[in-house]
Write a protein that binds this ligand. Structure first.
Ligand code: BTN
Length: 236
């Protein structure tokens, strides 16, 4: 990962750009932009991407069976958590695809793709960028946590190395190790949560994450398995 890096001063969305070039690029090519004019979050939300943050997308072409592809989102979150720890920031994973620090979101991961062709692993990490006023209560940045600017290029290169490590395990089909790491770094296990999936809501205690990355909830009606497709998770 990162043998080829396409660095753009500005782009609508690195995920969109990566999708356009994915078929012509080799696996591991990274698209990174100083700022995005139309950064995308999950569920059609926008992602604030001013200068100073790390906005990047990795083109992956795994030959794994489609049922394992959802695990790739965890690769992104694990690599970010390891990167933050390297900078002395105690971060954890809010299943399925956010990285949180001190009760606030510092990073989001967005995977998109075409089955059997490519997967785009998009990562947005607040580094030195300003967090928009309306998000201050729920979002933070590395700079805010550490009280100083950090080297964006050091954060970027550390993240690439960590992505390489976790993606290597994925290619070796060591899914069990990926899931145990995810559980170790998870901030949801043992907590009361609400899962929101379009119209339906489900409340329970998060007790486990299974081999497929599904969250196991203990509800008044028994155990329920929640796949991480398009659901949102809130703490109660
Ligand atoms: C989320 O938490 O909703 C996911 C946010 C993902 C943001 C990143 S920034 C780089 C890449 N390009 C995008 O347009 N989105 C992802």
């Amino acid at each position: 990962i990162g043998r080829k890096i396409i660095h753009l001063p500005e782009v609508d969305s690195t995920n969109e750009y990566a999708k356009l070039i994915a078929l012509d690029e080799r696996e591991g090519t990274v698209v990174v932009a100083d700022r995005q004019t139309a950064g995308k979050g999950r569920k059609g939300r926008t992602w604030a991407s001013p200068e100073g943050g790390l906005w990047m997308s990795v083109i992956l072409k795994p030959k794994a069976e489609p049922k394992h592809l959802p695990t790739l989102v965890f690769i992104g979150a694990l690599a970010v958590v390891d990167t933050l720890w390297k900078f002395g920031i105690e971060a954890g994973i809010k299943w399925p695809n956010d990285v949180w620090v001190n009760g606030r979101k510092i990073c989001g991961v967005l995977t998109e793709g075409r089955i059997r062709e490519f997967v785009i692993l998009g990562i947005g990490l607040n580094v030195n960028n300003e967090v928009p006023e309306e998000l201050r209560k729920i979002a933070t940045s590395m700079r805010e946590f550490l009280g100083r600017e950090v080297s964006l290029s050091e954060a970027f290169h550390t993240l690439i190395r960590n992505l390489d490590h976790w993606y290597g395990l994925f290619l070796d089909r060591r899914y069990g190790e990926i899931i145990s790491a995810l559980k170790e770094r998870s901030i949801v296990l043992g907590k009361e949560v609400k899962i929101i999936d379009d119209e339906t809501e489900l409340v329970g205690r998060a007790v486990d994450i299974d081999v497929d990355g599904a969250l196991i909830l203990e509800t008044p009606k028994g155990r329920v398995r929640v796949l991480h497709g398009d659901v949102s998770l809130r703490f109660l």
